[in-house]
Write a protein that binds this ligand. Structure first.
Ligand SMILES: NC(=O)c1ccc[n+]([C@@H]2O[C@H](COP(=O)([O-])OP(=O)(O)OC[C@H]3O[C@@H](n4cnc5c(N)ncnc54)[C@H](OP(=O)(O)O)[C@@H]3O)[C@@H](O)[C@H]2O)c1
Length: 280
């Protein structure tokens, strides 16, 4: 356990635990800021770096991280599915979701899991309980898979609405959601919880659904976190909904990664503040 290895070391040394995130392109990721702030707060002798790994270099990169005995690395776009082939084991959660976002060194083995679903449900649980709630997930890609899995695990009823309805229907069958359809069906789909997992709104002022389809009193989470206040969230607020920015999904999935590795409770507020401070 790294908790036992906590030290007052002020600069990285041979005993420092190596952690990081594997993604491409790396752009500006705020994961190192969040994790390094948490390491400092917990007194862990560990460092977290961003590794820009193009798809063709993934196998070599994982072999390198294995040789360097990296203690944990996050996996982001575009490697969440392909990384599985390079690991020693993948847990049931990640298999069911179909994606790995976290790899942890356990007894010398690289073990993959998924914490995106925890990020989604804990972010929503800032505002509402989920058991028995009617939830709509917009989108049917990788993030939708994690959100649907998490909502079902918490006992919510789930409808999946997607630009391509066939993908929504296939995901509903696979993960046991109650209904599926196109995005235009939101206005006549009763719900208390809405999660946007489409990429609409990412670095743009677009929303995947019209403001009139949003419901007063509902809780709306937008997985898109850049910008922090998306058009969808602003529309939802103006319709009387409570909103949860995607930042919280990112912070809680990172916290769950840290907890998976260390067993220590993650300092959520410190990680959120580091995320804010790392804004460009
Ligand atoms: N906050 C967090 O912690 C967190 C974690 C992971 C991802 N994310 C964010 O979640 C978003 C989705 O990521 P992903 O990996 O799930 O992507 P993905 O697998 O590529 O899925 C993209 C989804 O967006 C839909 N879509 C794309 N363009 C659209 C458009 N113009 N109109 C309507 N729907 C459109 C796609 O619909 P079709 O099926 O019709 O193509 C699909 O359902 C990204 O913005 C990512 O940054 C956030």
């Amino acid at each position: 356990m790294p908790g036992n290895a906590a030290s007052q070391r002020t600069s990285p040394g041979a005993g420092t635990a190596l952690c990081g995130i594997v993604l491409h392109p790396s752009g500006h990721t705020r994961s190192p800021a969040m994790h390094n702030a948490a390491f400092r707060a917990l007194g862990l002798d560990a460092v977290y770096l961003a590794f820009d790994v193009p798809p063709a270099a993934l196998a070599v990169a994982v072999a390198g991280l294995r040789a360097l005995r990296a203690r944990q690395f996050a996996v982001s776009i575009p490697h969440k599915e392909t990384v599985m082939a390079h690991l020693d084991a993948v847990d049931d959660t990640a298999r069911r979701i179909g994606a790995v976002n976290t790899v942890t060194l356990r007894d010398g083995l690289l073990v993959g899991t998924n914490t995106d679903w925890i990020g989604a449900v804990r972010a929503l649980e800032r505002e509402t309980e989920l058991a028995g709630r009617r939830a709509v997930v917009l989108g049917a890609g990788g993030t939708a898979r994690a959100a649907v899995y998490g909502l079902r695990k918490r006992g919510a009823q789930v409808a999946i609405l997607n630009r391509t309805p066939e993908r929504a229907a296939a995901l509903a069958r696979e993960l046991g959601a109650d209904a599926a359809g196109g995005l235009e069906e939101l206005s006549h789909t009763p719900h208390e919880v809405l999660v946007n997992t489409t990429s609409v709104g990412l670095r743009s002022d677009a929303s995947p659904v019209p403001a009139e389809a949003l419901r007063q009193g509902s809780v709306v989470l937008d997985a898109v976190y850049d910008p922090e206040r998306t058009r969808l969230l602003r529309d939802a607020e103006s319709r009387g909904a409570r909103v949860v920015p995607g930042k919280w999904m990112l912070v809680y999935q990172a916290a769950a990664q840290l907890e998976t590795w260390t067993g220590s409770k993650a300092p959520i507020e410190i990680m959120a503040a580091a995320f804010d401070a790392a804004r460009t």
